[in-house]
Structure formats: C-alpha cells, structure tokens
Design a binder for this molecule. Structure first.
Ligand code: PLP
Length: 431
C-alpha cells in the first residue's frame, strides 16, 4: 500500500479540491468501526462527525453490511421505471413509521436531490413557484438547493434561482431583531411574513426548513415556532416541507424532530444516515398530494432512483432504529454529552452557548460573554488541536460553533475521552 506522503502527493495532483478542509494535509482514512475511524498510519480517531453525518448508526454497522451483502447477491441496480421488491418494502416501512397523512415515498440519492424533488412537488401542487427558507438553513449544493442554503456557500456561483426568499431564523442567542427571546412572542416570524407578503409575485409554493438548523450553527427554534410557521403556510396555501435529513430517524431523541413540535409537514425529506452510510434519500408526502401531482405528469427520476441496494440499506437502518431504540439512545447519550459540555462551560469562559438535542449538540464560542463577539479563529484552532489528538467534529459559523454528532454506537467512556481532548484544546487555546 502507498504511504501517506505518496497518497497526499497523488491527491494534490489528481483529486479535486473544493472541500471544506482546504489544507490538503490529511488525514487519509482507511477503516472505520462503530464510533472510531483509523487513518493510513494506524492512528485512531473518535468520529464525532459520524463521517459526513451519514454513519450515525456507527461505521460499518453489521446490519447494514449484511443487507448490502444480500442485495449484492440478488440485485444491485435495476430499471427505475419499474418497481423492485426492496423499494416497495422500504416505502411500506417508511409509510408506517411516519404519522398520517405522510404515506407515499420515492427514493433518490442525495439530500439535495430529495429537497429538489420536494420543491418540485410543492410547485406542481400549489401552482406557485416561490420557496422560502430561514436565513441559517442548509439544504444542499445543487443549483436549486444552494439558492436556499442561506447559511453560506453562495459567493461566485452566479444568480440564485428566481423565487427563493429568505426569512429570519429564530436564532435566539443572537436575535436577528435584537429582542429578548423570553418576551419576544416569536416576532421574527411575523416580521418575516410581513416581508414575504410584500415581496411575493405569485402564490408562494412552500416553506422549506430544518427543524433544527444544523449546518447553520446547531440552532434550535423556540417552542411554538414550527407550529406557528405551519399556520402561516396554511393561511397562504403553501406547503410546509421539513428537511429532516440531519435530524430524522432518532438522532435528536425522537424518531423525527417534528414530533416534539406536534406538527406534521406536508412533505418530509430524509437523507444522511438513512442508508447507514450508503447513499440514499427519500421524499414522502400524502396520498392526496401525490395523486394530484402525478395526475399532472410529475416525474423525478435519476439513474439510481429506487435502487434495490440503497433501499435495502435504508430498510436495514429502520430495523436498527426500531430494534435498538436509537431515539432512546440519543436521548440518554445526548443527555450525558450535554452534562459534560455544561461542566466545560463552567470552566471555560469562551463557551457562550450550548445548544442542540439528543446526539446533535453544538457549542458557540465567544471572546466575551457580554458582547458575544464570535471566537472564530479560536474555534478553528481548537478543532485542529482536537484532530491532532484524535477527535473529529465539524466547525460552523466560520469556526465559532463546534458541532458534535457522535454515532449512536458511542459509549460514555468514548464521550469522556472526547471531552478530555476538547478540554485540553480549550485550555491550550483559551488558557
Ligand atoms: C439539513 C440538510 N439538508 C440537505 C443536505 C444536503 O445533503 P447532500 O449533501 O446529501 O446533498 C444536508 C447536508 O449536509 C443537510 O445537512
């Protein structure tokens, strides 16, 4: 096998850059198991990013490995115009897992193409074309979804798609309209709809939102925000699309994050850990919406739509979700992680806020707790030190938010090790 030096030289020459880590220094991963990954030099890392959040069941989960192995022996890929058994089985399982009226599913590959399909459904169904999303949202990097990814990654890509409108996200730690979250009455929502109503040129088709803004900085809306948003959508004949690609399937401590708010969307998208590490996404809507758009010649299909191998992996994920009570695990381990982060906040002034649910947690770093000046360079330095010491997580909001998404396979002992590494890095950088 080639050495790390040789592989990095080859990567510099042949691999496209354009990734979040621009350093090109490595590490180069070669193996993974549960909550840990190993690089080419045999060094182990605690993976508190779950790969790209897609290995949240744990790397190389045996149930996924078996399902993929079985699918490889029967049928990996097939003609997407016709049904296959794995796809039908998955649609039935998902239809029974989701609350009514969410029942009809299609299976695609990435989170972005699931969100695009959901947008297309909303446009066909409502006859409108405008799509609204909060200003801290991330929905993908296709042209359509990048136009709604208001958390960043816009500069230099040309004009965004027409009809994409931003609304204010309820980022209570840094209220965009400078109100006190205790008494504001969620005024940012009303202000947003005043602007939307002033700007609209047709009936807006949908609001597309995450229930918790993950890439935008692990921002959790206050109680009542999602239900008020659903009412505003209904009043305008718009659909509510929930992007649960990060938050769905147990991670936040509920099977779906929207259940906590007591609101069911018109369309839901899933991706990320849906395939247990295999690339698959879904769009699910009601019988009524599906029937209407299909009658109007709605088609979204890609080369790998409804592939049996990907669908078998997703069904195996649902098996693990139910059999191992992943939502319960996320609550229990997430509570433990949160208590350890809270203890760090007592020692380190730089920790300004701790947020998140279940096994999606984040800390926001500030130079001064009163002014809340974002500690961006400090966050980047902390993340680099942690990586060197064998702990992976991601940074958001230009480095000021550290986001932790440990796999459901993580033990309390592994959380303790991660906290020790983080604590040393905080001490190094922050004194
Ligand atoms: C909430 C959310 N939606 C959509 C996407 C895009 O998914 P993909 O990268 O699979 O296109 C992401 C990716 O991070 C995401 O976090």
């Amino acid at each position: 096998m080639k050495s790390e030096v040789e592989l990095l030289a080859s990567a510099r020459r042949y691999s496209f850059g354009g990734r979040m880590d621009a350093s090109g220094r490595g590490p180069i991963f070669v193996r993974g198991c549960g909550s840990e990954v190993e690089d080419i030099n045999g060094k182990q890392y605690l993976d508190f990013n779950s790969g790209q959040m897609c290995a949240w069941l744990g790397h190389n989960h045996p149930t996924i490995v078996d399902a993929v192995h079985d699918a490889c022996k029967s049928l990996i890929h097939t003609h997407s115009s016709y049904y296959n058994d794995k796809e039908i089985e998955l649609a039935e399982r998902l239809g029974n897992l989701l609350p009514a009226p969410l029942q009809k599913s299609m299976f695609l590959q990435s989170g972005a193409d699931a969100n695009e399909a959901a947008i297309n459904i909303a446009r066909k169904y409502t006859g409108g074309f405008e799509i609204i999303s909060p200003h801290t949202s991330f929905h993908g990097m296709s042209d359509t979804t990048r136009s709604l990814t208001f958390a960043g990654w816009h500069r230099g890509y040309g004009p965004p798609q027409a009809g994409m409108l931003a609304m204010l996200a309820p980022y209570c730690y840094r209220c965009p309209i400078n109100l006190d979250p205790e008494t504001c009455g969620i005024a940012c929502l009303d202000a947003s709809f005043e602007l939307i109503d002033a700007q609209t040129t047709s009936r807006p088709a949908a609001v597309l939102t995450e229930p918790i803004f993950s890439a935008g900085g692990v921002i959790e809306p206050p109680d009542g925000w999602l239900s008020r948003l659903a009412e505003q959508c209904k009043a305008r004949g718009m659909l509510l699309i929930l992007d649960e690609e990060q938050t769905g399937l147990g991670k936040t401590g509920d099977t779906f994050a929207f259940q906590r708010a007591g609101v069911a969307p018109d369309i839901i998208t899933l991706a990320k850990h849906f395939g247990g590490g295999i690339c698959v996404s879904s769009v699910t809507t009601s019988v009524e919406i599906e029937a209407r758009v299909v009658a109007d010649e709605f088609i979204v299909t890609h080369s790998h739509s409804n592939d049996p191998l990907a669908c078998a992996a997703a069904t195996a994920t649902l098996d693990v979700l139910e059999r191992d009570d992943l939502a319960g695990k996320a609550r229990q381990l997430g509570g433990y992680l949160r208590s350890r982060l809270n203890a760090l906040a007592e020692r380190f002034e730089i920790i300004g806020d701790i947020r998140g649910r279940g096994l999606l947690q984040g800390i926001e770093l500030v130079r001064d707790r009163a002014t809340k000046e974002p500690a961006t360079t400090e966050g980047k330095a902390i993340s680099e030190r942690c990586l060197e010491a064998g702990l992976i997580f991601s940074i958001r909001r230009d480095g000021s938010v550290l986001r932790f998404v440990p796999p459901a396979s993580t033990s309390e002992d592994q959380i303790d090790r991660a906290i020790d590494i983080l604590s040393d890095a905080l001490a190094d950088v922050n004194g």
